[in-house]
Design a protein around this ligand. Structure first.
Ligand code: G6P
Length: 609
């Protein structure tokens, strides 16, 4: 989604802004722009397409400026073109604004401003806000104009505003779209995402909804939108610069697939103690009793995180005998859901900023549910709005197609399920067996990663296929959904994931000679049943690709291609079976010449509805 960077300090703003925009590229965008103030003049440059196109347009004129704002736009209102790109300016050409979010009442505001003879040059909702600030602006008081304008708008925003009358100032505000201020030595960086800040400083403040900040050479001042001062704690960013670099890999997605053994070790470190036979989860320790006595768990999430939630549902029912359900956040929020006493809402989100998940969380909280977060990004909105939570600690995920966050989410759900299970029905013996198997997973993933070259060769045979089926049962049904999503996201082929038994109820009509059907067919409780499904595909000439348990030579003979994974208890299998599917999607996408880390039309973090 859209990205914001603002800089004020002693260095050349333009270089820092462009570097910041590049760090935000992974979020997804289709145009970009920058505005700086030089010699009390506002200069704006914008372009459609990649940041390198914008970079080529930057003239010397912009170079010596030390204050500026920049933006990557992911089109919502109006097509991706130069006119619609941010920054937008007011009617005097003194004020420039970058905006993330959606101004819902933009049409009526635009009509009013047009009646005041203010002309518009774009189709965006954001330009309305820029023009409105200009409309309210009285010499020298940018903050008041921003306050006045924001009091008129409905919708969501993260904004950064500059004005050529006050060249050493950036005003920023947020409601529903994240904004962070990095505090460096004699410099400030305002950004929508920590990755644009980390190169310069690890000291930050997170703005909350309804807050505004002014940064200038003297420091920063945070207030509410009504100008009541707010004291903010300076916090330390957890991530390191190396973590957001490619480190010799060709793509972030591949790097992150290969990071999984290590990211899971970090996720479990200090939490699983096999010697003591215990799990420690500091983030929920104060709520253990409420959670163990809960009547119902509702997992809410979008995309890949929703698939993790489905696995969580199975884990919670089996390990803790706790009723659990998984809801698409976008559906749950508008359904007037029933929340009885003893309900726990558990939001699962890599970014911690997904608009629908946040709204679903708020809806359930409002109705009295205890709110838990399973989130990767420390300090994110969901993390801050939940009563308690467990961070993934898998490090920043830059690849748009989620990989290590997915396995981190499953690992956290497995730890939480076992932790609550032990406080309900799970015997110490079974609990200990489970956690020692969980602890072995990172080493077992290392083994699976060795298949990468074989998977590349298989991808060589199949990459031209346009239709794929992914089938699994039980714990591996959500893995089938995730495998299909991965290949869709980055290869743009049509893939359907489903419970294997459902194939007979319609999708089997699609199977024709040569169509790949990817089965997750480990030696689990439903093994015999899935063998039957494999036969059905073979009988119709489909190509069977199967993830099987290592050493299952009988099944290996029936399949066209196999990926062997080591043995682990069934509830933990998704942590292993998903890895070859991530690699398959990756290699197919590379062979199809797709842009792996910036897939078309997708955004890493969907911060609007
Ligand atoms: C976007 C991303 C997906 C992700 C989903 C939920 O659609 O492209 O990869 O799974 O959002 O994101 P979250 O940050 O809430 O996990």
């Amino acid at each position: 989604m859209c990205g914001i960077v603002g800089y004020i300090g002693k260095k050349q703003a333009c270089d820092i802004l462009l570097e910041g925009l590049k760090r935000l590229e992974y979020r997804g965008y289709d145009s970009a722009g920058v505005a700086v103030i030089r010699d009390n003049e506002l200069i704006v440059e914008k372009s459609k397409g990649r940041i390198t196109t914008l970079e080529n347009k930057i003239s010397d004129k912009l170079q010596s400026a030390t204050t500026g704002i920049a933006h990557t736009r992911w089109a919502t209102h109006g097509e991706p073109n130069e006119a619609n790109a941010h920054p937008h300016t007011d009617h005097t050409g003194k004020i420039a604004l970058v905006h993330n979010g959606i101004i819902e009442n933009f049409a009526s505001l635009r009509k009013y401003l047009e009646s005041q003879n203010i002309e518009f040059t774009s189709e965006t909702d954001s330009e309305v806000l820029a023009k409105l600030i200009g409309h309210f602006y009285k010499e020298g008081n940018l903050e008041q104009a921003v306050r006045d304008a924001l009091s008129e708008v409905q919708g969501t925003y993260g904004i950064a505003v500059i004005c050529s009358d006050c060249p050493d100032k950036i005003v920023a505000a947020r409601k529903g779209s994240p904004l962070i201020v990095g505090i460096g030595n004699d410099e400030f960086i305002v950004a929508s995402d920590a990755s644009a800040i980390i190169e310069h400083t690890n000291q930050v403040i997170y703005l909350s909804d309804g807050e505004m900040v002014t940064v200038n050479a003297e420091g920063f001042r945070t207030t509410t939108l009504d100008d009541v001062p707010v004291t903010k704690d300076i916090q330390q960013l957890e991530w390191k610069l190396e973590e957001i670099e490619l480190d010799g890999f060709e793509h972030f997605m591949l790097k992150e697939i290969f990071e999984q053994p290590q990211s899971l070790r970090t996720c479990m470190r200090g939490r699983i103690n096999t010697r003591e036979g215990a799990i420690h989860l500091g983030g929920i320790a104060n709520y253990t009793r409420e959670l163990a006595r809960a009547h119902r768990f509702i997992f809410t999430a979008c995309g890949t995180a929703w698939h993790a939630g489905l696995i969580g549902e199975y884990l919670f029912e089996e390990l803790a005998r706790l009723p659990a359900e998984t809801e698409y956040s976008s559906e749950f929020r508008y359904r007037n859901p029933i929340i009885e006493d003893g309900s726990v809402i558990c939001a699962i989100s890599q970014s911690g900023e997904t608009a629908d998940t946040l709204a679903a969380l708020r809806e359930a909280k409002e109705k009295g549910a205890l709110a838990i977060g399973i989130v990767n990004t420390v300090g994110s909105t969901i993390a801050r709005e939940t009563d308690a939570g467990i961070y993934l600690h898998v490090g920043p995920e830059i690849g748009v197609a989620s990989t290590k966050a997915f396995t981190g989410q499953i690992a956290v759900l497995a730890m939480l399920g076992a932790y609550l299970g032990r406080r309900r029905h799970l015997s110490q013996h079974n609990f200990e067996q489970f956690i020692s198997a969980l602890e072995k997973i990172p080493d077992q993933i290392e083994e699976v990663l060795n298949l990468s070259n074989t998977i590349r060769q298989i991808a060589g045979d199949l990459f031209e296929c346009e239709h794929w089926l992914y089938l699994g049962r039980g714990y591996n049904y959500p893995v089938a959904l995730e495998g299909a999503l991965k290949i869709k996201e980055i290869s743009y082929v049509h893939a359907e994931g489903m419970p294997a038994a459902e194939m007979k109820h319609g999708p089997i009509a699609l199977v024709n000679p040569g169509m790949p059907a990817v089965f997750i067919a480990t030696h689990s409780s439903q093994y015999d049943k899935i063998l039957g499904n494999i036969e059905e595909v073979k009988a119709r000439g489909g190509k069977v690709v199967a993830v099987i348990t290592k050493g299952d030579s009988q099944l290996a003979k029936k399949c066209d291609y196999i990926f062997e994974v080591p043995q682990t208890p069934e509830p933990l299998e998704p942590l292993l079976t998903v890895v070859p599917l991530q690699l398959l999607a990756y290699h197919v996408a590379v062979l199809r010449g797709c842009n792996i880390d910036k897939p078309r039309n997708l955004a890493k973090s969907v911060t609007v509805e």
